[in-house]
Write a protein that binds this ligand. Sequence first.
Ligand code: SF4
Length: 748
Amino acid sequence: MTERTKQNRTIAGGMGSILSSARQLWRHRVGDVKCLLRANQPGGFDCPGCAWPESRQATHLEFCENGIKAIAHEATHRRIDREFFARHPLSRLREQSHYWLEQQGRLSEPLYRNRHSDHYEPIGWEETFSLIGSHLRGLDHPDEAVLYTSGRTSNEAAFLFQLFGRLLGTNNLPDSANLCHESSGVALTEAIGTGKGTVTLEDFELADAIFVFGQNPGSNHPRMLTELEKASKRGCRIVSVNPLKEAGLIGFIDPRHLGATLLRRPTPISSLYLQPLVGGDLALIKGMMKVLLEREAQQVGRVLDHDFIDNHTQGFAACVRDLENTTWSQIESGSGLNRAQITQAAEIYLNAERVIACWAMGLTQQKHAVATIQTLTNWMLLGGNLGKPGAGLCPVRGHSNVQGDRTMGITVQPNPTFLEALGREFRFRSPQRPGYDTVSSIKAMAEGKVKVLICMGGNLAAAAPDRSYTEDALSRLQLTVQVSTKLNRSHLICGKEALILPCLGRTELDLQATGPQQVTVEDSMSMVHTSRGHRRPASPHLRSEPAIIAGMAKAVLGEEGPDWDELVADYDRIRTKIAAVIPVFRDYNRKIRQAGGFYLGNSARERRWQTPTGKAHFLVHPLPHPQSAPDQLRLMTMRSHDQYNTTIYGLNDRYRGIEGRRLVVFLHPEDMHTRGLEAGARVDLISAAEDGVPRRATGFEVVPYDIPKGCAGAYFPETNVLVPIDSYADRSITPTGKLIPIRLRPAG
Ligand code: SF4
């Protein structure tokens, strides 16, 4: 173990969280305690971090360490202006790390780079819009434009953005969900008729068992640990399924509880912790189902929920046949777990009346992600664990409004009813052709089919797979437009002309013609609520996302479409339009003014199955057989604790014992031994992709870790270079950030 690598932890939260949060606030000179107290509060702003919902019994401290990092970096005193770009040519900035770029502070004025310059220079807003207008009007076809949305974008901005795209004539509206939970949406829509999770926070209070697959809430959704802690304390059994041992799934001290923090008294979280092979989840779930069938054979009619299966599902017989034909040796070798371990997990399921299954990127970014999530749904259907209190499916979304953006119509395959309503309300014919998703957009850019890219937030250059391919594709564009709060790599890997349009952050006052405005967001459990910023904006030159979209739309569309100025003057008017197009938002402006917002509902939660057959479907998939040579490892990419998506707040990964660096690869000690590697050795990771293109991530330090033999873990976005553009989940086209076959070589 090297000097800077400490023992990985078994407790999340506690004093470590308090100290780390204080350091972030101090570093960014954020002393505005009032601002923190407004996070996730009625009348306050929605944390720009993750999409975990607010508790009904909200306290004054409804934020976590990650939330503080996001707020501190938004409220930072550091600014990026024209002098910064005069000092730093793009060619130099491209050599900087994601972390360094993030530390430079808030973008404070619109910036332009022309095709002959290595520098961004200031530009006025009106000039900005007319430049965008002339590029978009000059396209041969509307599909030569792509409008990308990140999951931070509010409902109001997302609705206007998709309207702008469709008035332009394209459905090229990819989003960050294409890179994360698309697999969940595809899988669930086919199986149960809705692409969203079926549970609410109240269900967590009633569940007898909670299974957490491929998720690390301690770093990625920290307030979920509060719910798991409460559940654990009242005797709910929690089963964690993750190749890596993660501190947050072992023990937790809520830092808001001073006594427990000072006395260092953690609550144990997991009753059982299973560490399957990377990509072994589908086999594990089949194993658990097989145990259920075996028990059902012994206690006929007392294990499975036959009433539910008979009345609400289709395909049960095929599911049973498949399980009978799947052998235990296939299950054990596919999952990397033995029959006894799988039986233990299955027993927790069958002894529970109400089960919740949660999952995140560990499931969604595998090649067979859709099959895995549908198998997981089969398992839940066997016990009737859908549509009853305390039970259901819970895909835990990442960015704070990623689910809401999709509800607002940010999708490349809009449903015809939505398009018709949109066309009726705004008196135009919406384009019907499906648009490019994120992967296809990048490929279309590489082939010269796309000329203009407009990004509403995000960091596409860093988030996308196959770094060299993606960066080459982006640099072929005629114009790239980034609407952002802070500097990131996507501002540096730009088209021949490039614009940076700085926008307001969530914590900031959004003042429009009729007064201060609030926006709305939808959390991971379909609750819609308001977000209102109060802080003085980082610069007087910032505009809100709706105002920027309106500026672009007017410059391109002229008189076509709505009165954009009128909509932006008062966001209630945008919400009135949303309500006219999306029926579930009827009475939107009244409903968001009620305490806590409102619930959008979920048909599967009510046991209404909006599938072609009107039933929930058992969908059967064979076990995958990932091929790997004996010297290959299955790499999973993941975030560090000081990171949110592609935003790198710091260089520590406290719970995994890493300090001051990111280029590390976690390996099982035996895998190190067979390769003659000591802790601290330097290696390059070589992707063993079938397309034969050499892909190499260089200079990683070996760290021994509690991870299954044959597997490896390392941080993204640094390892995205190893994922080929054509390596994605079947049908959802989500890039395979998990189960990347790699070899290790001494660092070159
Ligand atoms: S759990 Fe998510 S939404 Fe809540 S404070 Fe933390 S990062 Fe923000």
